[in-house]
Design a binder for this molecule. Structure first.
Ligand SMILES: Nc1ncnc2c1ncn2[C@@H]1O[C@H](COP(=O)(O)OP(=O)(O)OP(=O)(O)O)[C@@H](O)[C@H]1O
Ligand SMILES: [Mg+2]
Length: 238
């Protein structure tokens, strides 16, 4: 198992955001985490990347307990993250933004840079444009590209399709599939449950800080409760 999250509890002050979340991601998989606003999806990703401390429980990555490891060391260990809301550097060029992604890492990054430009031709065309002047979709690509610069074993994506027009959403999902096919494991948080379930191998449904369902993604697409809550009802029946 590449990533194991074991019964984690996470608090913001007195507010319990995660009340015992357990999930697993196997090498090579795309696993998606779906759930309503406030369910704890972002908190789960932040706990894995080390941005939120655990109250209890543990996180094991690649056979090592990383529960107390500092965030930047988790990046070096192979956990890449494109955060919710993108978080690119607006005053830096596209290429500078990408190089910032590799900053924490030793060694060369020519290969990674070439691969990112291959995955995202748009970024390649706009190497010298300032990040802040890129469109919403382009900034999303930049955030994903930057996360790939560390050559992660697992890529954590928090709502990569947020705020994008439908055609661009489809393009981002296609790129996530491509990234996975090139060998990177993906843990994907999405509001866009239908498309996430079509893309992923397995899925977890979070509700109020708890996992309420874990199944093959295709199984959840047919699940009446999931359809009613997250897929806009039982389509096709009137
Ligand atoms: N910095 C914070 N301070 C206090 N409470 C927070 C903070 N961040 C998140 N929370 C609370 O923790 C819970 C889980 O939030 P989280 O951001 O993980 O949800 P989410 O599933 O990602 O939601 P969304 O789909 O809206 O992004 C929510 O009740 C939220 O209000
Ligand atoms: Mg969120």
């Amino acid at each position: 198992m590449l990533l194991e999250v074991r019964d984690i509890h996470v608090h913001y002050g007195k507010i319990a955001a995660l009340k015992g979340v357990t999930l697993e991601v196997e090498e090579g998989e795309i696993v998606t985490l779906i759930g309503a606003n406030g369910a704890g999806k972002t908190t789960t990703l932040k706990s894995i990347s080390g941005l939120r401390p655990l109250t209890s429980g543990r996180i094991v990555f690649d056979g090592t307990d990383i529960s107390k490891l500092q965030g930047h060391k988790r990046v070096l260990a192979g956990i890449g993250q494109a955060p919710e809301g993108r978080g690119i550097f607006p005053g830096m060029t596209v290429q500078e933004n990408l190089l910032m992604g590799a900053y924490a890492r030793k060694g060369t990054f020519r290969e990674e840079l070439d691969e990112v430009y291959e995955l995202f031709p748009r970024l390649s065309e706009r190497r010298t444009q300032f990040g802040g002047t890129m469109s919403g979709g382009e900034q999303q690509m930049l955030a994903i590209g930057r996360a790939l610069m560390t050559n992660p074993k697992v890529l954590l994506l928090d709502e990569p399709s947020m705020g994008l027009a439908p055609m661009l959403v489809a393009q981002i999902f296609e790129i996530v599939r491509e990234i996975n096919q090139r060998g990177t494991t993906v843990l994907l948080v999405e509001q866009n449950a239908m498309q996430a379930l079509q893309l992923a191998h397995r899925a977890y449904v979070l509700e109020s800080g708890r996992v309420v369902k874990a199944a093959d993604a295709s199984g959840l697409l047919d699940d009446p409760e999931v359809r009613a809550a997250y897929l806009g009802g039982d389509l096709g029946v009137d």
